[in-house]
Design a protein around this ligand. Sequence first.
Ligand code: ARG
Ligand code: ZN
Length: 851
Amino acid sequence: KITRREDYREPDWRVPEIALDFALDPAATRVRATLQVERAGTHDRPLRLNGDGLTALAVRVDGAEAQGWRMDGADLVVPLTGVAHVVETEVEIAPERNTQLQGLYASGGILCTQCEAEGFRRITFFPDRPDVLSRYKVKLTADKTRFPVLLANGDPIAQGDLEGGRHWAEWHDPFPKPSYLFALVAGDLVANRGTFVTLSGREVQLGIWVRSPDLAKTDHALHALKLSMAWDEKVYGREYDLDVFNIVAVDDFNFGAMENKGLNVFNSRYILADPDTATDYDYDAIAAVVAHEYFHNWSGNRVTCRDWFQLSLKEGFTVFRDQSFSADQGSAAVKRIEDVRGLRASQFPEDSGPLAHPVRPDEYIEISNFYTATIYNKGAEVIRMMATILGPDKFRAATDLYFDRFDGTAATCEDFVQCMEQAGGVDLTRFRRWYSQAGTPRVSATLAQEGGRARLKLRQLVPPTPGQPSKEPMVVPLRLKLFGANSGAPLGDEQLILLEDDSRELLFDNLSEPPALSINRGFSAPIIVETNRTAQDLAFLSAHDDDPFARYEAMQQLMLDTLVASAANGGADHGAVIEAVRNTLGDSRLDRAFVAEAVLLPSDSFIGDQMAVVEPEAIFRAREALRNELGKTLAGEWRAAYDGSRANRFEYSPAAKGARRLRTVALGYIAASGAADADRLAFDQFADADNMTDRQGALTTLVNGSSPLRDEAIDTFYRRYQGNGLVLDKWFQTQALSTRDDTAEMVERLVAHPDFTLSNPNRARSLVGAFSVNQRAFHDVSGRGYRFVADQLIALDKLNPQTAAKLIPPLGRWKRFDEGRAAKMRAELERIVATPGLSKDMFEQASKSLD
Ligand code: ARG
Ligand code: ZN
């Protein structure tokens, strides 16, 4: 069954108030709901309450047993005559048997909920759509020993003890909210507590709730929360609005975290950190996700979405906000590089494959499948482009207008764009195509010099995508600048130009020397740029461009051109890359984190994305050959970088992080050079490290190699962290990402490991998810990688369809490969589609991937 955006209709009934009463028990939880319902408009349609797997044990209207109610599929339909009624229902659910992790479920002895997008209907009967906003009163009753802490949205009202070892708590959320933001948690938890005083002087009680052994790992998250609260006040003028803000960490969670009003629930991997168990990447991700969920309090909760087609209204905007927050905490350039790397690794392939969809989709079968890189990350780029076009002051005026105008309501992407237009004084009519058209635009930029003049020809092409055979031109904001190819000096200021039609020409006069083109600086538009720049131009820009992002881009493009040529021809001249890397390594003015990013070669899969037919083995060989030559030729430089970034003891600061990053990158090149002492060096780093970044970095190098120390490292790591689920995920993942020939075999063995389970989503992703993005191993010509992943996904679908369906895309990329591989990939997709009892999540992803 397909849901279409154009079929949107206002709700028939509003529910201004709801009272929920939970008698909690893992095996059988009673849920009593009391809904104040009001007919919206003049119609005579009955009240329809969504359910999913619920049986109504009682239905009452205005205190009396309801007459004539019926089930329509999973929904409860209640005929009502007047305009306002009180409707009560009662159901029983079994959280401990909920393996989907949607609705009310149990994780490590904690009872918790996940309702977005449509999980609330697994808890109680309700019009489970984001444009029905209610005030919630929630009463929780549970065994006091097993569940001493009882949390829900909003502010705590009252609590007390009962006979038989039970107790209760009541919570009240004064802000009307849609059902997807409902949450409760019950468990044996402790809190790391803090306070935050808002701009207007209100004191907020903060709590990060975990099981007691984890308490020592929550300081970083609490600190990040305080920083986020201050940042949103300063940058967007947004203040927190309740007396308490609680975050709970659970080990079993389908994605990163959830912004439930006043009670965020997190995957524990985005909360728990200490130097011994979390990498710098983890620390950064924790701060980013804490910020993201906190920022949703305004972009998502105070202003929510009218329907799920508007998902990017809250997600794209909130990702843009968390990216800006992170950029403000350290190096903005490095943050931008990481975000663009992520966009290219996940969103670009999505946009060019069978699951491509617009930022505002037109239809879906299962909404859970649309929590994608396109909605989140391309959505963030769309917001960023509007911010670029408006400039900071007008953008702020526009977001003020948006929050002011739509506070307490359910809005649309169109509403947001209208605020941008009004406060920005701009016409975004054509710009709206970014919301409706899928596909990554390709822009070709050809610069031709004639004496003291130069002509830049820009041309764009938006490729066809499923259901959208032909496209209109997009509005592409391009920041560009010319540099003198002899002196390296700028030839004029940076310009922001808008490419709004198929093509555009720009003229540059009075050039004193030949120009080199710096374009799409800062990645001002989420596009693919093709230029006529030579290897020499790129090497030059990688050393002289004054925008660090553009410098990184020039280097990446140079590496990419070299690697693609090498993969296609079985070898290439590495000279220009080696010189550019040498220059970057030797430039002592550059921040270490930037250097580490800049000297890293593009990934196997990004190289593959540039080829007409992806050749995994040829790509791997080309990349290894370049790594080997870089390692050998710059042996002295890598040693110097390695030794120069050694630290005495762990510190979490931008400079220390940069040093660690460069150190592990250098170690990788030393190993790639085949240096005799590389394994020893890696093993010593592994054994002596006082932090997980260095330890895992060294482990990765060892796991990719064939030294006798390899098995010892794998074993030592396992024994040291046995019992720590988050670190064991790293152990599985590092092996699944190995570049060795026998990775497929190794991964097949690891599924039988006693610590492997499909019922924990992090664990499933750490092995199956990681393996399926290991281009060389997954695409082993035998097809065993495909078979392995399909087997696992079929098994996972029976437990947790949402998590299984998210892992389909690598199999869906069959069109990009040779016939032999494509046929084998298709065969696995067909096997999945033919599986009896397949979920609609998996059906949608797998069947669309076959088209
Ligand atoms: N709103 C959450 C966040 O971005 C994620 C919810 C994901 N839901 C889903 N059904 N996949 O912070
Ligand atoms: Zn979000």
